[in-house]
Design a protein around this ligand. Structure first.
Ligand code: AMP
Ligand code: MG
Length: 402
């Protein structure tokens, strides 16, 4: 059986080998939040485009103000959105506002707080070094320099940067459509009143949320029953999408037919289980050109495996690079029971206490417990070769991405 890391590497290399490049569309920047950039973007001019003052004060020649208590002659004023026409000679200065270009001849700004003005004489009470309180022309980016590369997720910071270089419209990748196919004779639609022996289909809605947050378009294709013919018809329908997320029917039960049906449809299986808990019976492969995951049906197993394995695949199909889940470190606040041998992901809450990150398990009842998951904001991760963590130990924590 593959370890957690081996299974992730397997997924990553299968995906890389498939060389899937999504199509692109151009859209207004105002609608592009969360999408993946599909073009390299360069600076259209120097940033900043001029030597810019970062303070309200006086633009000076730094060598004039090496000593405190010197006085300079005030030549005028320059505000943001204006520029000062003439060169400033030795012994002179100009009143300047934050965001304004430094007048020719000046190379530093003295903050107004460290000056005293009497008539046209400005007393400088603190010396400044050359370029102090100034951002030099082109120091953030020179004209023509690539500032964002394709594959970058467009978050608020990227939107600001794209706006600053005049990209009112941007090319982004099309989002992959992901078919979500829950299976199980006991699973009924959310808007139906289940019989006492049935459960509502919580997995589809939850998986759809993960898909959407990973830049995919979720498509809830219908509920599959534990019957080969109907399952096959539903999976065939699901092939209209770019990827399939099946849940349930991948364990050792007599009516777990998902793998059989996929096999009959000519699927290639890259792995059929992973040494993780929860989520051991995770299946990954490709059928008729589409990657698929057979996620275990237990809601928490489905949630964990979808986040760990399907999320980076959806992200990559959406045009970003394959991002392995990242861990943080925190101190274990309360005892945590766990068995070794598998990489274990337990719903937990991480918070900062007395400036230190601490983590504790939520009251979790096992792999069906969505109450516990809803309370959690992360997973406590225990590695297979790691001794059981003790209170106060630094442990790995995986933040919940969605
Ligand atoms: P399975 O993986 O098919 O053996 O299912 C494992 C457990 O998860 C069973 O208790 C199922 O009832 C439950 N389960 C399977 N699919 C879903 C679903 N779509 N929504 C909620 N629970 C499910
Ligand atoms: Mg089942």
């Amino acid at each position: 059986m593959l370890s957690f890391e081996q299974a992730l590497s397997e997924v990553e290399s299968r995906l890389t080998a498939a060389r899937i490049v999504p199509a692109t569309e151009v859209m207004p920047l105002s609608q592009a939040w969360g999408r993946i950039l599909a073009e390299d973007v360069s600076a259209d001019r120097d940033y900043p485009p001029f030597n810019r003052s970062t303070r309200d004060g006086f633009a000076v020649r730094a060598e004039d103000v090496k000593n405190t208590n010197c006085a300079l002659t005030l030549d005028g004023e320059v505000r943001a959105g204006e520029y000062f026409e003439s060169e400033i000679g030795p012994g002179h200065c100009v009143s300047i506002m934050t965001g304004a270009p430094l007048p020719g001849g000046t190379d530093a700004v003295v903050m107004v707080e460290y000056t005293r003005t009497e008539g046209n004489q400005v007393k400088i009470e603190r010396p400044v070094a050359q370029f102090e309180n100034v951002v030099l022309k082109g120091s953030e980016a020179e004209a023509g320099k690539c500032i964002l590369t394709k594959g970058r997720r467009i978050r608020a910071g990227e939107i600001g940067l794209l706006a600053s270089v005049g990209k009112g419209n941007v090319a982004v990748y099309l989002r992959p459509r992901v078919a979500i196919i829950p299976t199980g004779d006991e699973v009924v639609a959310v808007d139906r009143q289940p019989e006492w022996y049935q459960v509502r289909n919580s997995n589809s809605a939850m998986l759809a949320a993960v898909v959407a947050s990973a830049n995919g378009i979720p498509w809830e294709a219908g509920i599959g029953s534990d019957n080969k013919e109907t399952l096959r018809a539903l999976i065939e329908k699901g092939l209209e999408a770019d990827m399939l997320l099946l849940s349930g029917g991948v364990s050792m039960g007599k009516y777990d037919f998902v793998e059989d049906v996929l096999q009959e449809m000519g699927a290639e299986f890259y792995f059929r289980s992973v040494a993780i808990r929860p989520g051991k019976p995770l299946v990954f492969g490709r059928v008729q050109g589409r990657f698929f995951f057979g996620l275990p049906g237990n809601p928490v197993s489905s949630f964990v495996t979808c986040n760990l394995f399907a999320r980076p695949v959806i992200g990559a199909l959406a045009g970003s690079r394959f991002e392995r889940p990242g861990f943080l470190r925190a101190r274990l606040a309360k005892p945590a029971r766990h068995k070794t041998g598998l990489t274990t992901f337990m719903p937990a809450r991480i918070e900062t206490r007395d400036t230190e990150p601490v983590v504790s398990l939520v009251g979790w009842q096992g792999s069906g417990d969505l109450v516990g998951v809803a309370e959690a904001n992360s997973f406590l991760v225990v590695h297979p070769d790691q001794p059981p963590p003790q209170v106060g130990d630094w442990v790995d924590v995986m933040p919940m991405a969605s």
